[in-house]
Design a protein around this ligand. Structure first.
Ligand SMILES: Nc1ncnc2c1ncn2[C@@H]1O[C@H](COP(=O)(O)OP(=O)(O)O)[C@@H](O)[C@H]1O
Ligand SMILES: [Mg+2]
Length: 248
């Protein structure tokens, strides 16, 4: 792995939510002074109890939300402020995998995966061919014309992985990707995700309170008091490579 400029840099991130509770305006501080660096091709688990700020962090890093303070650089450049340019930036740079697959119910697996490329201007037949290739990669070559409600939970999540990877982002963000699955199905989904990560070398930041998932990542960080604290840094690259493959 290259030890050059990190793919993702977060410096001094802060985010608080403001909401009206009756007559009072309530401020809920979530992140404050958070720093994070992720190298190309690295896998990082973000842990922490429910409500601690994991989703908030992923939303900021993926350009779905803006920080109150601090900066985020991907590939050395800040995420655009303008909402349209930010949406375009997202399509180009980040793949998202959510806990609840987020597939469109009225589109087939193939169309769901192809959609981002069609929106980005790729010809429909090219986008569909690429979608089939990615569905093949996640082991769903025989399910391409199924609608989401004709797929199991694990299959839906594998379609979501294909969708996230179809534009070959260098940064993939996964928010509790197995949170909705039983442990065995979750393991199969993670085999697919981490297998493709090894093969294609995207950086993966995955929020989860699951130990099983965190163990597969090269680094584990936990959100505490609005910042990240390392839980374990593998002492040797060999151990890290083993962790990435799910080898204990
Ligand atoms: N849109 C919002 N408005 C107000 N509070 C929010 C909003 N989104 C999240 N929160 C609060 O921010 C905290 C962090 O939420 P979140 O990042 O979703 O945590 P996690 O993903 O670690 O479970 C929680 O206390 C949650 O209730
Ligand atoms: Mg969350």
């Amino acid at each position: 792995m290259s030890r050059g400029t990190p793919l993702l840099v977060c410096r001094g991130l802060a985010r608080a939510y403001r909401r009206r509770g009756g007559r009072l305006e309530e401020t809920i501080p979530v992140l404050s002074g958070l720093d994070l660096e992720v190298a190309s091709g690295e896998s990082v688990a973000i842990q922490g109890e429910s409500g601690i700020g994991k989703t908030t962090l992923l939303n900021l890093v993926g350009g779905l939300d803006r920080p109150d303070a601090g900066e985020i650089l991907v590939d050395g450049r800040p995420i655009p402020d303008d909402p349209d340019r930010r949406a375009e930036w997202r399509r180009r740079h980040v793949g998202f995998i959510f806990q609840f697959h987020g597939l469109l119910g009225e589109l087939t697996a193939e169309e769901n995966v192809a959609l981002a490329r069609i929106v980005a201007g790729d010809p429909r037949d090219v986008a569909l061919a690429e979608a089939r290739r990615w569905l093949d990669q996640v082991g769903l070559g025989r399910r391409i014309d199924h609608y989401p409600d004709e797929l199991s939970g694990g299959e839906q999540q594998r379609v979501a992985i294909a969708r996230a990877l179809a534009r070959t982002p260098r940064l993939v963000l996964a928010d509790e990707p197995t949170g909705n699955l039983d442990p065995r199905t979750g393991d199969r989904v993670l085999d697919v995700l981490f297998g493709l990560q090894q093969e294609t070398g995207f950086a993966l930041v995955v929020a989860s309170h699951s130990e099983r998932l965190a163990r597969r990542c090269r680094r584990i960080l936990v959100v505490e008091e609005g910042r990240l604290r390392p839980v374990r840094t593998p002492d040797a690259d060999g151990a890290a490579a083993g962790a990435d493959k799910g080898i204990p």
